[in-house]
Each structure stands twice: as C-alpha cells, then as structure tokens.
Design a protein around this ligand. Structure first.
Ligand SMILES: *Cc1c(COP(=O)(O)O)cnc(C)c1O
Length: 234
C-alpha cells in the first residue's frame, strides 16, 4: 500500500503534467484533497507531505476534524457537500471556501452569517451540468440571474463555478461537460463583470482530473487518489 505522501506526490505530478500539456501556466491548478471519511491522523499525514487545502462534504464530521486540527494553522478548509439552510452559520464561520452554493437563499445566509472581520467567504456556484434530476446544483440557464443576485452580497467573494459530472460517462461527453462549465464562466465574466473575481473552475476528481485540467480547471477535488479507496460509509 502506498503512503499518503507518495499519493500526493503522484497526484501532484499528474496535475503538473496535465497543466503543461494544456499549455497552461505552472501552478495554475490547485489540489483540493477531499478528506471525507478520513481521520484527523490521515490529514496530519497529508499536511506533513505539504498539502494544505482540504475538502469536506459532511458538516458534523468536518467540524470535528477542524476542532481536532485547530493547532495546524496552515490548513485551509473547503466545504463541498450539499448545504441545508439550517447549517449555514457553522459553514460561514468555519470554512474559507464553499464550492457547493446552488441557490440564492443559501448565499444570502452565508453572507449574513459570515463575520465581516474575517476575509470574505470564497464561494463557487455548483452547476448541475448535465441537468440530471437527482443531482444538486443550479441549471446553466439560471446562472446569469443567480450571479447578478449573489455578486453584490457583502461578505462573499464569488470565485466561480463547480460541477460534478458523472465520471463514468464516455470520455468525450465528460470532456464536453467540463467545457460547458468553462464556457459558462467565460460568458459570466463578460456579462457580469462586477460580480466577483470569477477566476475559479472547481472540476475534476481522481479519475478525470487530466480532462478537467485540459478544459481549464483551477481546483481539482481529489479524494481516493490521495487517501486510497474510501471505505463504504456506514
Ligand atoms: C468525494 C468527492 C470528490 C472526490 O472524489 P474521488 O473520486 O475520490 O477523487 C470530489 N468532489 C466531491 C464533491 C466529492 O464529494
């Protein structure tokens, strides 16, 4: 079994190679280590190997780890899971980034509940890129309105878009999904220039990060390739 440090090394090399092949600037793609179901000890191991950004899906599990790792100031916490509106207060106070905002109500609450003394909360809008009924995320055609409404909210910084296309679809359609998200960001930058930095595409996971980087990903969210296969959640 390879160690977390070895895995981070090989994922980092995959990212560097794909970045180079895409003709993109070195360092323009960041690794978000998705640490759902992983212990604080495993996160310590990843930090020792140089990893500092971690993505969590389940709030209570995340809060326990944030508390257990409070003495490790270099960690940057990202929330990437579905958001219930009664959970926004803790998300607004404990995370630096939220990738999974998909409606105005959630964004408003996060803005109201973010301590103005903290840096603005970085958010991405999650897009249901293939319009699947069972998936969370807004639809592409809702984006202009949402971005127009969310951009002015005071304690948020609207960084860009996130999607989780089904990684098991054929490579060509997967790639098209990534491209659609990238095109949507380009359109928003043109039509809503004041809404925020709009510099972020959160897309690509363990099995498809190269395709996502080829289409412009700036954060790849990688779980199993960093920590090993996840045990089934009981
Ligand atoms: C679990 C998860 C990932 C990572 O998936 P892997 O296939 O393990 O890399 C990425 N993004 C989200 C939103 C996830 O829930």
């Amino acid at each position: 079994m390879s160690s977390i440090a070895d895995n981070i090394g090989s994922v980092t090399r995959r990212i560097q190679k794909a970045t180079l092949q895409a003709g993109r600037a070195p360092g323009s793609v960041h690794l978000l280590a998705v640490s759902k179901t992983r212990s604080a000890e495993e996160l310590h191991e990843a930090v020792a190997a140089g990893q500092s950004a971690f993505g969590e899906n389940y709030l209570q599990e995340a809060l326990d780890k944030i508390d257990a790792l409070r003495d490790v100031p270099e960690i940057e916490w990202h929330f990437i899971g579905p958001i219930q509106s009664n959970k926004t207060r803790q998300i607004a106070s404990s995370f630096s980034w939220v990738h999974s905002v998909d409606r105005l109500k959630i964004a408003r609450r996060l803005s109201e509940q973010r301590d103005p003394a903290l840096p603005p909360l970085n958010i991405c809008l999650q897009v249901n890129i293939n319009g699947e009924e069972s998936k969370s995320g807004c639809l592409l055609d809702q984006l202009p309105q949402l971005v127009g409404d969310i951009g002015p909210l005071p304690n948020l910084s609207l960084r860009g878009l996130m999607a989780i296309p089904d990684p098991d679809q054929p490579e060509a359609s997967l790639r098209l999904s990534f491209r659609k998200l990238a095109d949507a960001l380009t359109d928003l930058k043109a039509s809503r220039p004041g809404a925020g930095p709009l510099d972020t595409l959160s897309m690509g996971m363990s099995s498809d990060l190269e395709l996502a980087i080829a289409e412009g990903a700036t954060w790849v969210r990688v779980g199993s390739a960093v920590f090993g296969a996840r045990p089934p959640k009981s």
